[in-house]
Structure formats: C-alpha cells, structure tokens
Design a protein around this ligand. Structure first.
Ligand code: ADP
Length: 286
C-alpha cells in the first residue's frame, strides 16, 4: 500500500446475485466484481463492456478464439497490464469491494495476494529451493523458510519428486515439473487468487492431467482463474466459464473482444443461452 489511508484489500464481501446458480445452492462470496470494463492498448480497444463476478474457491475459465482478449482480461486482475505501455483499464474492477485501480492501491501489494502462472514454465535459473523461496524472501514472510518451501512444494504435488534435489537447478526439471514448480512459487506467498494463463499449453497430456488434478486439489484454498484454448479442459476443471468472442468493426477494421456468456460451466457446455456460444462449444466456429 502506498498510503496508510488506502482501503484494505482483505475484507470479505457478501455474495451478490446476478448469475445463474440454482436458487437453492448457496453462492460463494464474490472475490472480484468486474463491471463494464474496457481495456485499451493506446487507441485500440481490445475488450469492451466486461461484466463478471469471480467467486471464492471456484475455478473460473475464460475460453474463446485467439485474440478475443482473454489474456488481456486476466492481466487486469493482478494489474499486470500496468507493466504494458499504453495499456489502460476503464470501468470498475473490485477486489472484495475495493477498487483495484484506486490510485492509493499499490500494485506490488496486489500481486502478493494474486499470483500468476504463465503459459510457458518460467523457472528462474536458480535452485528448486530458491525458486520457491524467492517470493517469501522478497515479501519478508515470517516463519521457517524450509517449512514454507516444503509446504508450497507439497501443495503443488512436487515435493516427493524433488525433496532430494532441492539445491539442484530448476532448469533440470521436466516441463511438467517446471510448471508445478511455478505453481509452488506462485502459492508460496499464500496468495488468495491464482491466475493461470494457458498453463498446460506447453505440456504433454500426462503433465496436463497432473496440473488439472492439482487445480482441483488446491481450489479449496485458492480462487483460480484460468485462460485456456482447450475447451475440454475448461469443461473438466472449471465451475464457471466465460465465453469471449470478437466482433469486427467494419469502419475501423479492428476487432474488439467481449464476453458473450458467463455461467456455470455445465450450462455453457450443455445448454448455452447464446447461439454464438453454442456454435463455439460444438466446434462449428473458432
Ligand atoms: P487472447 O488471450 O484471447 O488470445 P489477447 O488478450 O492476447 O487475446 O489479445 C486481445 C487483443 O489485444 C488482440 O487484438 C491482441 O493483438 C491485442 N494485444 C494483446 N496484447 C497487446 C499489447 N501488449 N499491445 C497491443 N495490443 C495487444
């Protein structure tokens, strides 16, 4: 936080309605409340009018054709777009009721609560231990570092495979192990939310299945948002799915992304409300 009067980032907001969970099922609290968000790169509006409620301990998937703004939208949640010159976010993005883009909010503080795992496993050229210890050291986390590292590696289902080689380079791990290490690194600082941008697209099917299993295991502790090209993956792992698409502006010859439909995953894949969603999930488009 840059300012002591900045709003706290850790309050819990009551659940709000407005989506399609059956009325007898209790709704999990809202973690992110996105209202009418547009994201621009310079003058180019990449996504428009996004409304989403991301709920606690759920896995929310963003699907849709390439270029429709899924990654752009994902980067809004940890303010990674701040690092892209010319990128601008308009509209409201609340985290537990607090405006994430309030000028008093420190993006570094945001990224302590909201971790990110990228498409390509990107371990640091350091030991396995130092990769996981990196965030806790930087954040000055209290507690025994050995225990913190072990806990994160256990949660990421990697401990048994690496416990005898913690001081060896992370670069010697397989792709799937590297990605689980990146998940361990992201969760080592105890974030509330884990953002995943195509986390399996560089992995083989076995490594992919392990990451999917892992997501199911850790969702009791985290709120997860995953961007995936793989519709089957979204159907397998997520509770809710947002289907994005692009609309073409003939005059400016540009494409703008938007959310067509956001609902429970089962509904999106079995009985979508919008014809565009149906065409996409049945493979007729995209
Ligand atoms: P998706 O994740 O759905 O493939 P992206 O969010 O990567 O889509 O991209 C959405 C649109 O924004 C695309 O038109 C893309 O070219 C554009 N875009 C993405 N990143 C940048 C950037 N750093 N600068 C300018 N335009 C960008």
């Amino acid at each position: 936080m840059t300012d002591t009067s900045a709003p706290p980032l850790n309050s819990t907001s009551p659940s709000a309605g407005g989506d399609h969970t059956p009325s007898d099922a209790p709704l999990a609290p809202v973690v992110f409340d996105v209202a009418d968000v547009d994201v621009y790169y310079g003058a180019f509006r990449a996504v428009r009018n996004v409304d989403l409620k991301i709920r606690q301990n759920e896995i929310t998937a963003f699907i849709g054709p390439s270029g429709c703004g899924k990654s752009t939208m994902l980067r809004c949640f940890d303010r990674m777009n701040d690092l892209i010159e010319g990128c601008r976010v308009e509209g409201t993005l609340l985290y537990h009721g607090v405006d994430l883009y309030d000028s008093r909010i420190d993006p570094v503080e945001v990224r302590k609560r909201i971790g990110m795992v990228f498409q390509k496993p990107n371990p640091f050229p350091k030991s396995i231990f130092d990769n996981v210890a990196f965030g806790p050291r930087l954040a000055g986390m209290k507690g025994d570092l050995n225990e913190i590292v072990e806990r994160a590696l256990r949660r990421a289902a990697l401990w048994d495979e690496v416990k005898d080689r913690l001081r060896k380079s992370a670069m010697g791990l397989s792709g799937g192990q590297q990605q689980r290490l990146c998940i361990a690194r992201a969760i080592a600082i105890d974030p509330e939310v884990v953002l995943m941008d195509e986390p399996c697209s560089a992995l083989d099917p076995i490594a992919t299945a392990r990451i999917e299993d892992l997501m199911q295991e850790i969702k009791t502790d985290y709120t997860i948002i995953i961007v995936t090209h793989n519709m089957q993956q979204a159907a397998r792992v997520s509770d809710r799915t947002a289907f994005f698409t692009t609309e073409v502006n003939e005059e400016s010859d540009t494409r703008t992304g938007l959310v067509v439909e956001f609902d429970q995953t089962e509904k999106i894949f079995s009985n979508p409300a919008d014809e565009r969603t149906e065409n996409y999930v049945t493979g007729r488009f995209g």
